[in-house]
Design a protein around this ligand. Structure first.
Ligand code: SAM
Length: 236
């Protein structure tokens, strides 16, 4: 069975959306991964098919019901696949977690709407809470698409050149170096000379220095972790 994503959502028609195009879309058509949007409304039990209700304690907005999400998870779990709820309160998604997820059998994703999901189902099911950043979306679907896009490109055979995964941002704890293509001179701006030197060792060293500079300037958090790792590494 190929890597499978089950997405529990009130808006299954949003999928595959952007995931149906380009790299992820071609991989989906080839069967390198499978996408199963599941309509949460199907698991509503009352005669109005309600999936949400007013919050205990008052306040604005509605809350998605624990019993509906629990029934959907019961019916749609995937053996050994993590069950994840997308939420701004979650642990920030990292490339490391993406790589772990891509190495497994797939994921079951729960997309929130309204104010979010009844806490009891998150605890009862031990759902992993993941955020895609410190901002609030109107629903979990775009967040699910971000997570899936990041995972799918790491699946075997999906990306063309294996090196591009090894060298890109975060893979070695650094942001990536800058890229250039033809023409060599554009609006008075020349490509760094080293890149047209043909000297592969010098090009690699320049790229490393640039990756380090950019990471140091833009992401002190990543830079500190990278330095700590480099200092802890045994010297030859
Ligand atoms: N009341 C929530 C709060 O303040 O944390 C925000 C709810 S938001 C309007 C509705 C849904 O969008 C959430 O339940 C979650 O599934 C999704 N969502 C919003 N922002 C997100 C983020 N940064 N990462 C992941 N999911 C997010």
């Amino acid at each position: 069975m190929s890597w499978t994503a089950r997405v529990l959502t009130l808006f299954p028609e949003m999928f595959p959306g952007p995931l149906g195009h380009s790299l992820a879309g071609r991989a989906l058509k080839r069967g390198d991964w499978a996408l199963e949007p599941i309509d949460l409304r199907y698991f509503a039990t009352d005669r109005h098919r309600s999936v949400d209700d007013a919050p205990f304690g008052g306040g604005a907005g509605m809350v998605m019901r624990a019993d509906v999400i629990d029934a959907a998870l019961e019916a749609k779990s995937l053996p050994d696949a993590p069950q994840i709820v997308l939420t701004p309160r979650g642990r920030p998604l990292t490339q490391r977690r993406v790589a772990e997820l891509a190495a497994g059998p797939g994921v079951v994703l729960v997309c929130g709407r309204y104010e979010g999901i009844d806490q009891r189902v998150i605890e009862a099911r031990g759902l992993e809470e993941i955020s895609i950043g410190d901002y609030v979306l109107s629903g979990g679907e775009p967040a699910a698409m971000v997570l899936l896009d990041a995972c799918v490109r790491l699946l075997p055979g999906v990306m063309g050149a294996a090196e591009s995964v090894l060298e890109e941002s975060f893979s070695q704890g650094l942001l990536e170096y800058p890229h250039y293509t033809r023409p060599a001179l554009w609006k008075g701006r020349a490509v760094p000379e080293v890149l047209i030197s043909g000297n592969h060792a010098e090009i690699a060293a320049w790229r490393r220095r640039e990756a380090e500079r950019i990471t140091r300037e833009r992401r002190p958090d990543l830079w500190a972790a990278y330095r700590a790792l480099a200092e802890a590494a045994p010297t030859a």
